[in-house]
Design a protein around this ligand. Sequence first.
Ligand code: AGP
Length: 608
Amino acid sequence: MCGIIGYSGPLEARNILLDGLAGLEYRGYDSAGIALCMEDSSICLAKKVGKVKTLRDYCDSSIRGTAHSGIGHTRWATHGGVTDANAHPHRAGKVTLIHNGIIENYHALTEQFKLQDKLISQTDSEVAAWALDALYDGDPLKAIRALKNQLEGSYSFCILFDDQPGSVYAIRSVSPLVAAYTHAGAMVASDLTALIPYTNQYFVVPENRIVKLTSYKIHVYDLDDAFTKEYPEILTVNWNMDAAMKNGFPHFMMKEIHEQPEAMKNTILPRMNKGLPDFCDDHIPDDLFTGCSQIHIVACGTAMHAGMVARAVMEPILRIPVTVSIASEFRYEEPLINDKTLVIIISQSGETIDTLAALRLAHDYGSRTLAVVNVKGSTIARESDYVLYTHAGPEIAVASTKAYSVQLAALYMVGCRMALVRGVFTEKQATDFLTDLLDAIPAMETMIAQEDTIKQVITHIIQSPDAFFIGRGLDYAFSLEGALKLKEISYIHSEAYAAGELKHGTIALISDQVPVIAIATQQHVFAKTISNIREVKARGAFIILLTKESAVVDDTLADIQIHIPDVDDRFTVFPIVVVLQLIAYYASLGKNLDVDQPRNLAKSVTVE
Ligand code: AGP
C-alpha cells in the first residue's frame, strides 16, 4: 500500500528521499511527501497530492537549504480522501511521522488523548502522531514503546523528533520494513527498490524492535530498552538496479511480460536434478507431500488465479482434494483443514495482509504450510513452515505478469514432486511432465514475438464498455486472469465465465459486437466450448478465439483467431497468459491510460 523511507547520512537527504520514493511509488501514488531535518535543526515539510514527480517539482521550487536526514512517504489512501492535508508526513507537536498500515483503534485513541481539536487531517496516522507526542517526554525509545502498547492494527512508522536532530526512528508491526547501512548513510524503507541503488546488503527490521538511524550507524533496540544482543541477519539481494529499471521498455509491464521466459528458467532449472523435481536446496522434505490427505491453496487476486490453475492440474493427477480459497474470505471462515492438510500460500510480495492472516489461521488449525513467494525475507516467507521462492526478480508494474507464470512453474513442480513421492507418477512420467513444462517456455517466447499481431485485436475491445472471457476447465481458470488483467489496467468492465454457464443468465448481456475472448485449448471439452462460442456468435458477439495451432475450427466461428503452439493441454496456460497480458497491455495503451500505475490500485496490499 504506502511506501515509506527514512534516511540519515552525509548526502543531501532531499534527493535520497525523492529518489527512494520514485522507487517505492508503485506501492501507492495518491500523494507524496517528505520531512527534512534542516541544518538549523528545523523541520521542513513538503507534501502534495499526485505523484512523486509533482512533489519533486514542488520541492525544487520551494525548499532552500540543506538537510542530511529526513523521512518520505508515498500514499495509497485508506482513511480520508486524497488531499494535501491527508498526505504524510504528519506534524504533531514535537513529532513528525509517516505511516504504512492501518491503526484500527484510532477512534478510541482520539478520545483517550483528547485529540478532537488538534487533528487537521482525516487520517488514522495523524492520531498516532499526536498520541506519540503526548507520550513523549524527551526519551524517544520510551515514547515509541508506550505508543506500541496502545496501538491495534498494522504499521510501519518512520519518526523524527524536533529535539533529536539527525536521528530517524522506525518501528514495524506486520507492515514491511527493511534497513541498510550503506556508503551513502543509513536507510530504512518499505521495500528494497529504494535501497538497491546504494547496497545489496540489508536486513528485515524485526517486529518488536526499534531502529534508530544516525549518520554513522543503525542502532537496533529491543523493546525492553536494551541494545539488541542479536543483530538481525544480513541478507543479500539477488537482483540489481537493472532489474528495477525499464531498460528501454516503455513500461514496466511490457518489460516484465518479456522477462517471463527467463524468470521461468530461473525458477525451474535450479530445482531439476536428473530430469526430476528436487527441493533439497529449498529444504522442503518429502514427508510434507506424503503426509497430507488434502491440499488447500490460499491467495488473493492473480496469485489466487494461479492457485486455480494449479488446482485444476494437481487434483486429477494426485487424486486428493485440492481446494482454492480467496484469502480475505478464508481468514474469517472455519475451514475444514487439519494437521493432514498441506496449506499452500501464494504471494508475490509476501506481504499481502489477508494472505498472511490466512497463513496464521492455517497454523492455528495445525496445518503444515508451504509458501510460494517472490520477495526474499518477506513476512509470509518467514512465517510459513517452508518456502519455495520464485525467481522473477522485482515486479514493479501493478498488474502482475511474470509473478503469475513463475508461481505456476513452482506449483507445477510441487505437483510433480508430490505425484512422484506419493507413487502416482513413475520417474518417467515425472520427467516427461517437467519436459512439457520446459517446452512451454519457447511457446511463451513465440507469443511474445507476436505482440504486433495481438495488438490488432485491441481496436475491437477498447470501443466497448464490456468484454467477456469464456472457457471451460483450465481455460476458465485462464479466463479469470484475462478478465482481471483487462479490467485493472484498461478500466473496461470484463467478466470471466465458465462457457457452459453463460446460458444460465449472463448470455442476456451479449449483444451486437460485444467482444468475447473465447479460450479453447482443452481437448476434452473443446467441442463443448465451440458450441458455447456459437451461442454467443449467434447473438452478435465479436469473437476473438484463442486456441492451439492444430485446432480445426470453421472460419466463420470467430472474427479473429490467435493461435498458440501445440503444447500439452496442461501447459497451455503459459503461452495463453502472454496473449491475455498483451491484450490488457495494449487496451490500456490504446485508451491512453497509466499502464503501470492504474487508478485506485497499489502493488502491495498491506491493509484488509
Ligand atoms: C493483479 O494484477 C494484482 N497485482 C493483484 O491481484 C495481486 O496478484 C494480489 O494483490 C496479490 O498480491 P500478492 O501476490 O503480492 O499477494
